[in-house]
Design a protein around this ligand. Structure first.
Ligand SMILES: C[S@@+](CC[C@H](N)C(=O)[O-])C[C@H]1O[C@@H](n2cnc3c(N)ncnc32)[C@H](O)[C@@H]1O
Length: 242
């Protein structure tokens, strides 16, 4: 097991839980209709496609995103004493993976704890996960909007965010997440986002705000939340040094 893997004692829930429920319901309904309504084969195709999407979704939310963030955190080459901010930490999948890698540092997680975005999404669940993982001494949780951060300028070495910003429907609000993330980064600090939508917009916002080394990278089949239209892509950048 690498330094950031879940121990098996934590419980991270399922992202956007109504989506896999909808895939499962579509599969069951199509199977039920196949013998009775018109030709069977179109219903069987719908059932099979829904079942495949369900399998891909569950893999991405329960395994794939964890492996993806192991890679992204490996690439960040942490030394162990960084101060890290997780934007939209939810139940702490990423907060805790990061905290394991900074034994002399700390991780702050900010969230509004929306259960529509993650099952069982309450601050107490995140705190319990940090305790179970043995990192609660260096994890701090904050209730707040990721587009309006309460931290001082130039506080963090690394800002990370997983599957969060696409949930914000207003483009100006999404842009404020990018500008706030850059504001709280130290000069030359790193910003790493993985999301399933709007990633080009984030990259353009980072470049327009003066960030350097902006890279957009596909993250593979393990990050497909059901189908290729909702696949995880990373955006990495470095804040300006002056
Ligand atoms: C799909 S979950 C991902 C959670 C976590 N990053 C992970 O990968 O497990 C999205 C999270 O974003 C949070 N969120 C959505 N909009 C937010 C906002 N404007 N400010 C803070 N958190 C927000 C939700 O409450 C939820 O915890």
């Amino acid at each position: 097991m690498s330094s950031g893997s879940p121990t098996g004692r934590e419980r991270y829930g399922v992202d956007a839980p109504m989506v896999p429920v909808a895939f499962a319901a579509a599969a069951v309904v199509a199977l039920a209709l196949a013998p009775f309504v018109g030709l069977a084969w179109p219903w069987l195709i719908i059932a099979a496609a829904s079942a495949v999407q369900l399998g891909l979704y569950l893999h991405a939310t329960l395994r794939g995103k964890f492996r993806i963030w192991e890679r992204l955190l490996d690439e960040a080459q942490l030394t162990g004493d960084e101060r890290i901010l997780d934007l939209g930490c939810g139940r702490g999948a990423l907060t805790i993976a990061a905290a394991r890698r900074v034994p002399r540092g700390s991780v702050d997680g900010v969230d509004l704890w929306r259960s529509v975005d993650q099952s069982g999404n309450v601050e107490e669940a995140t705190r319990a996960n940090a305790v179970a993982a043995g990192v609660s001494d260096r994890v701090s949780l904050h209730t707040g909007d990721v587009g309006d951060l309460s931290f001082d300028d130039h506080t963090f070495d690394l800002v990370i965010s997983s599957l969060v910003i696409h949930n914000i429907h207003d483009a100006a609000h999404r842009a404020s997440v990018i500008s706030e993330g850059l504001r709280v980064l130290k000069p030359g600090g790193r910003f790493v986002i993985a999301d399933i939508d709007h990633v080009k917009e984030y990259a353009e916002g980072l470049r327009a705000a003066g960030a350097t080394e902006v890279q957009v990278t596909g993250l593979g089949l393990g990050g497909w939340f059901g189908n290729p239209w909702f696949r995880m892509t990373s955006v990495r950048a470095r804040s300006a040094t002056s």
